[in-house]
Design a protein around this ligand. Structure first.
Ligand code: NDP
Length: 242
């Protein structure tokens, strides 16, 4: 029986690439999204992957959604915590709303979703939790105190939860992408990309969403059971850390 994988924010960008890569690898995939119905509908039509609309920052909404997904698809054995947002401002100009929105979606969302699947994974003695952090959680980024804090928080969460669940056949890992050529990054003016961003990347190009999808499939595999608590950096050499 195919394992069930849920990708949060799995209808667009990096999440879409993860959903498609998991489907290609034989998983029964479900993808969630927040509000962009048009993107979710075309994703569903093009991939045949079912979509579920709920806010990862709302515990009760997640609880209801997880119950519904498990009823329709089966127990979630692979959780990809990908949903994320930015609300950039330097700290001296950052509003409480900007801070809270990012922490709520990018960090509370990881707690909500992982908390809701971990008991089932423990009872079945198998699970894969893969959370998408960021290079900016590792090195910090000007104008992103909220985002850098949330993404660094994911790394601590991953290490703690990995230890708690290692004996239960569950691995918990993070992926820290650098600049990936999603719609958002490709919308940056061509000259800014060429003169300011690409020169910081030793590999000399943006990453592709599919390159993150490959990492997710690698960490999700049954034979990746000895990899847990780790952070896989995928940034073209932009920030190299132990
Ligand atoms: P996109 O903005 O392209 O897609 C984000 C996805 O998350 C969408 O499906 C969106 O739903 C969903 N989403 C947003 N907020 C919520 C929420 N509250 N509840 C449920 N779903 C939500 O993002 P990217 O593909 O660029 O980024 C994906 C992840 O990768 C993020 O965690 C991001 O921080 C991280 N990342 C991205 C990098 C990049 O270069 N792009 C680099 C490093 C990390 P909807 O379509 O309905 O809006």
């Amino acid at each position: 029986m195919a394992r069930v994988a849920l990708v949060t924010g799995g209808t667009r960008g990096i999440g879409r690439a993860c959903s498609e890569a998991l489907k290609k690898a034989g998983y029964k995939v479900a993808a969630s999204y927040a509000g962009n119905d048009a993107a979710a509908e075309s994703f569903k039509r093009e991939t045949g992957i079912p979509v579920y609309k709920f806010d990862v920052g709302d515990f009760n909404a997640c609880k209801e959604a997880v119950a519904g997904i498990e009823k329709e698809q089966g127990p979630i054995e692979v959780l990809v915590n990908n949903a994320g947002i930015t609300r950039d401002a330097t700290l001296h100009k950052m509003t409480v709303e900007q801070w809270s929105a990012v922490i709520r979606t990018n960090l509370d969302g990881i707690f909500n979703m992982t908390r809701l699947v971990i008991e089932g994974m423990r009872s079945r003695n198998f699970g894969r939790v893969i959370s998408i952090s960021s290079i900016n959680g590792q090195k910090g980024q000007f104008g992103q105190a909220n985002y850098s804090a949330a993404k660094a928080g994911i790394l601590g969460f991953t290490r703690a939860v990995a230890q708690e669940n290692a004996a239960k056949g569950i691995t918990v890992n993070a992926i820290a992408p650098g600049y990936i050529g999603t719609e958002m990054v490709r919308a940056v003016p061509e000259d800014v990309l060429k003169t300011k961003i690409i020169p910081q990347i030793p590999v000399g190009r943006l990453g592709e969403p599919e390159e993150i999808g490959r990492c997710v499939v690698f960490l999700a595999a049954d034979d990746a059971g000895f990899i847990t608590g780790s952070t896989l950096t995928v940034n073209g050499g932009q920030y190299i850390t132990a």
